[in-house]
Write a new protein. Sequence first.
Length: 178
Amino acid sequence: MGTALLALCFCALSLVLALFVGISPISDKAKVRFMYVGAAMSLMAVPMMSHYIAGLNDIVDELRYQAVLVFIVVVCCYCFVMANMVKYNVMKKKVAVLESINACAIAFAERDLIVIPKVNIAVNAKCCQADLMAYASSAFFKIGKNRKDIARFLCIVFEAYFPGGEGFVYKKMPGAKQ
C-alpha cells in the first residue's frame, strides 16, 4: 500500500503544481519548467504503480489502481501539452514583434515612411539603446538615409527605448553629423 500511496502523492503533487502554474502570475520560462517537473514526477509514479499492480491478487484492486495509473499518465500528458502551449504562445509573441519591426524598417528603407508598429515594442534586456542606435544607423546610413530621419524612425518605432525624443537620439547616434 505504501508504494501506491507514494505514487498517488507524486500524482497529486504534480497535478497541484500544474494547476498552480497555470493560474499563477509567474514568468513563462518558470511555468514551462514547473510543467516539465510535474510531468517528470508523474512519470516517476508510473513504474511504482505498475510494480504494485503486478503484486495484487484481486482483480477489483488491479482495475482500481490501473484507473489511477491512467489518471497519472493523463496528468503527465496535460503537463507536457500545457508547457508546449506556453512555449508556442511566447514564440508567437516574439515573432509578431519581429514582423512588426521588419515591416516598419522595410517601409522606412523603401518608401521613407515611418510607420507606427502595430504591437508595443518593449525594452529587451539583451539590447541597449547604444546597440540599437548603432545597428539601425549603420544599416540605414549604408542605404543613404540621413541622420535626422533615422533619429525620427528610432524615436517612433522604438519609443520605449528612447523616451528622451529625437534630439537625444540625434546627439547620441554614432556616425557623421550633418
